[in-house]
Every structure is written in structure tokens, then in C-alpha cells.
Design a protein around this ligand. Structure first.
Ligand code: DGL
Length: 280
């Protein structure tokens, strides 16, 4: 069994690509004192339509890489990875890799506040094919709020629109309108739509144009950040293992230049990026 360093290290934030930067941004605003490493598996993104086995395998590689980098806590800032890999990693892999380290996802924090938000108790989830087909949101919601009825809608074109800088183009309207209309048709009583994919906040201006009046759009970044803040307050033993100089490093499995360029759509400052190989 591999021995990871016991020295304090940064918080690892993982996504299949750029989308998790929307989560990282909110986490750093809420918890600026910690050090972070953001890892984007851009070479193998998108994960959205990949099988359970592949998403699990890639996500585990990312988690092990971040443990190697000294992280004691890793956030899967990707709904698809959280939906398809988190539970297996927590239950099967962590006890073997290092029971003292933690891996958290983005679905639980998003679902936790839903009971306070929906009045009609009808919620719609917009996400990748992988997240929708996993049924993770429906399961989590019914575990916490048995009275809430959930409908899901996979929006396979939304991530490519963002990744290709087409989020504000006229062409994006067609795909945004199509999925909003479809989910509202599945259940017209929906009063809350969850943007359950890290990329979707970048489409929010378009989404707002097609969402019926009175329907609340729930984004994840702040919820995940608040939940992490709360987690750190409840777990001083984990807080003690995180370095606190307010630094953030960026790693990608693809071209660092491309990452730095595309990250501009997600972050308002330039980033220095290192290329890493996690496929071992
Ligand atoms: N980050 C992923 C998510 O939140 C979307 C991108 C992908 O399909 O890889 O589901």
C-alpha cells in the first residue's frame, strides 16, 4: 500500500475540465485562507456521456494524484464524477488508500437546501446524461425530502456550448430553449430548476430568458462553498491538515496554454498552469 505524505497540504478540487472552476471560485471567496490545487482532466473531458466504469476509473486516478500532491481533502467539483464515482470511492477505495483522507462531492450540498427553496415541492434537475441516468439527484432528494417530486432533463449540448465559447452566441438559444421547454412540459408544477452541472452557470443569462416567471434557478457554487465552510468548522482535525497561505495551483492533463486561455471564461484573473499525467 502506498504511503501518502502526512504533512499538511492544499485542498484538491477536481473536475473533468473547466466547469469546476465555477465551484472553485465560490469556495475561494468563502474560504480564502486555504491553499488549493485545481485539477482538470481536460484530455479526457467531457465525462458527461461516459459509462459508470470509465468515470469511476478516471475519477479515482484524479483522487490518487491529488493525494500524491499532499491533499488530505478532495472535492469532486463535478456532478458527473460525484454521481458516478463518489460513493464507491468513499466506501471502497478510501479505507484502503488512506482512511484519514476525505473525498466530498457537490450533490449532497446542493440537495440539502432544497427543502427550504421549493414551495410546490416539484423540482427539475438539468444535468449531463451521466448525472441524470445515474438517478443520484432523485435518490438524494427523496432520501432527504420524501415529499419532493423530481424530474430530470439531460442537456448534452450545453457543456460543448460553454467549452467552445458559444454560451452567448445566438446558436445557443435553440438548445437552451429546447431543454427548458422539455423539463417544464414534464412537470409544469416545477418551481425550482437545479443547474446540476458545473458549466451551466455560464449559460445562466440565456437560461433566464426561457425559464417561466416564478421558477427559481438554483446554482451550486455558493451552496458547495457554504457546506465546505460548515464542514471545516465541524472537522478541526481536517482543517489542521490544510495549509493556509491563500495560494492556488492549477493542473491539467491537456495543454496548459489552452487551459490558461479557456479558464478566462470562468475566472477573472490569469492563471499559471502545469501539465500532469494522471493515467497510471
Ligand atoms: N463537470 C461536469 C459536471 O458537472 C460537466 C462536464 C463533463 O461532462 O465532463 O457534470
Amino acid at each position: 500500500m502506498k504511503q501518502y505524505s502526512s504533512l499538511p497540504g492544499p485542498i484538491g478540487v477536481f473536475d473533468s475540465g473547466y466547469g469546476g472552476l465555477t465551484i472553485l471560485k465560490k469556495i475561494r471567496e468563502a474560504l480564502p485562507m486555504y491553499d488549493y490545487i485545481y485539477l482538470g482532466d481536460n484530455a479526457r473531458a467531457p465525462y458527461g456521456s461516459r459509462s459508470f466504469e470509465v468515470v469511476y476509473h478516471f475519477t479515482l486516478q484524479a483522487v490518487r494524484h491529488l493525494f500524491d500532491q499532499g491533499c488530505h481533502l478532495v472535492i469532486l467539483a463535478c456532478n458527473t464524477a460525484s454521481a458516478k464515482a463518489l460513493r464507491t470511492i468513499q466506501q471502497k477505495d478510501l479505507p484502503v488508500l488512506d482512511p484519514g483522507r476525505r473525498v466530498l462531492g457537490v450533490i449532497r450540498p446542493t440537495v440539502e437546501i432544497m427543502g427550504d427553496i421549493t414551495h410546490t415541492k416539484h423540482v427539475g434537475v438539468l444535468a449531463t446524461e451521466g448525472t441524470i441516468s445515474s438517478g443520484s439527484y432523485t435518490m438524494e432528494i427523496s432520501k432527504l425530502f420524501g415529499e419532493i417530486k423530481t424530474k430530470g432533463e439531460a442537456c448534452p449540448m450545453w457543456v460543448p456550448l460553454v467549452e467552445n465559447n458559444e454560451a452567448s452566441s445566438p446558436g445557443a438559444d435553440y438548445f437552451v430553449k429546447q431543454h427548458i421547454e422539455r423539463i417544464m412540459k414534464k412537470d409544469p408544477q416545477i418551481d425550482t430548476l437545479v443547474l446540476a452541472c458545473t458549466h451551466y452557470p455560464l449559460l445562466i443569462e440565456k437560461i433566464k430568458q426561457y425559464v417561466p416567471k416564478g421558477v427559481y434557478l438554483l446554482t451550486q457554487g455558493e451552496r458547495v462553498a457554504n457546506s465546505l465552510l460548515d464542514y471545516m468548522n465541524r472537522h478541526p482535525e481536517i482543517d489542521a491538515k490544510i495549509t493556509k497561505k491563500g495560494r492556488c495551483a492549477f493542473q491539467t492533463t491537456e495543454s496548459p496554454e489552452k487551459f490558461a486561455e479557456n479558464a478566462r471564461a470562468f475566472l477573472s484573473f490569469p492563471v499559471k498552469v502545469e501539465q500532469v499525467d494522471i493515467d497510471f
